[in-house]
Design a binder for this molecule. Structure first.
Ligand code: NAD
Length: 353
């Protein structure tokens, strides 16, 4: 079970360091495995082949078809490939999409997983799996999708383009920001959320200045791990529900959507949870956590408007409707009218209200 962060740390081996990916053979060996199937997106198949090279005789093959939102048909093909190649573990190298594929294969086969994250999404640190079938995205939580090993190698994040770096970092910060007022929060999750936010706020400017600065990249990866870990420990609220709706029903890109929505969702909830959100003001300055995040996003040159990602103004009524049909716990009461207003501002790129 992984009911607390201490339980989690006992069940998952987490390693950080430049070039740590080259220990992959020893990690597979440590799991008692002999045939590792390497997973990636088509765009990162070269990186996957290099991992297979490091694995040498312990490589069962490379499956490079991971895609956003973990489509079930891709997972089924991956499971078939794992069976055909007699794989006894999977190694996922990539962002949340590849990690999702590894988790989905593990969910169906119980194969152990090693994840080598190359974005800050944080999926590797959660027992949560989102999957898409017939254009419907569903989410499950099961400890068996938690990877056994995570290798955070800053050298691999150097290739993440600067715009993706910023949106992915804000995606990570969203997990920690919502954890501050989440149901199920504890003093442990509060501390880890604050640590994750601090690592991102302090590390990201250095990464923007010098994207290949390995120390700054490692600091942000440590932040991503902390933010992802709290995501796995507490219940999320308005921000994650809105992003789930926008990604699942309007096909908006994951990290960019999180980046745009975050200041708006936090400003909305600051009306009821200003004290819980105070650590964000302490870190960034200012008296409203939402406004402080908006200014930080501007300083980091983050995207600010959902309309830049293909959402139409005529979609906003339906988005507000979809995001408010199922009730959930949130500090500030959620009404269709208020969410419609929030979405209008996020769509247009206005400052949060
Ligand atoms: P992603 O994994 O889809 O990556 C986006 C693109 O960037 C891909 O083409 C990928 O190959 C490329 N890329 C990744 N790292 C790179 C690097 N270092 N250099 C160059 N290119 C790189 O994007 P993401 O934002 O990491 O993940 C989004 C997915 O993760 C969504 O499906 C989301 O639902 C899921 N997610 C799940 C959880 C969870 O706990 N279950 C948490 C966060 C995100």
């Amino acid at each position: 079970m992984v009911d607390t962060i201490q339980d989690y740390l006992r069940s998952v081996r987490v390693q950080f360091g430049a070039a740590i990916r080259h220990t992959i053979r020893a990690e597979v060996d440590r799991l008692g495995c002999k045939r590792a199937l390497v997973l990636s997106t088509p765009q990162q198949s070269d990186a996957a082949c290099l991992i297979a090279q490091d694995l040498g005789s312990l490589a069962a093959g490379v499956f490079s078809k991971a895609a956003m939102h973990t489509p079930v048909d891709v997972t089924e093909e991956g499971v078939a490939h794992a069976r055909e190649t007699d794989a006894d573990c999977v190694v996922a190298i990539g962002g949340g999409s590849t990690t999702g594929l590894g988790k989905a294969i593990a969910y169906r086969t119980d194969l152990p997983q090693i994840v080598i994250p190359t974005t800050y999404a944080g999926s590797e640190a959660t027992p949560i799996l989102g999957q898409t079938e017939n254009a419907v995205k569903t989410t499950l939580t099961d400890p068996k999708v938690l990877p056994e090993v995570i290798l955070y190698d800053p050298e691999l994040v150097v290739t993440l383009p600067v715009d993706m770096t910023v949106t992915s970092a804000l995606n990570a910060m969203a997990h920690a920001a919502e954890a501050l007022y989440a149901t199920g929060r504890t003093s442990e999750t509060d501390a880890l959320a604050q640590e994750g936010l601090r690592a991102m706020v302090q590390g990201l400017p250095g990464v923007l200045e010098a994207p290949d600065d390995l120390a700054a990249r490692e600091a942000t990866l440590r932040g991503a791990w902390a933010c992802g870990t709290v995501l796995g420990q507490v219940g999320m609220a308005l921000h994650h529900k809105l992003c789930h709706t926008l990604g699942g029903s309007f096909d908006l890109p994951h990290a960019q959507t999180h980046a745009v929505v975050l200041p708006h969702a936090i400003a909305y909830n600051a009306r009821a949870a200003a004290t819980e959100l105070q650590p964000i003001c302490d870190l960034l300055g200012g008296r409203n956590a939402g406004a402080a995040l908006h200014q930080f996003a501007q300083r980091m040159f983050a995207p600010l408007a959902l309309r830049d990602f293909g959402l139409k103004e005529s979609d906003l009524d339906r988005a507000a409707e979809l995001a408010t049909t199922k009730p959930y716990t949130n500090p500030q009461p959620v009404t269709r009218e208020d969410i419609r207003e929030l979405l209008q501002a996020a769509w247009a790129g206005d400052a949060p209200k």
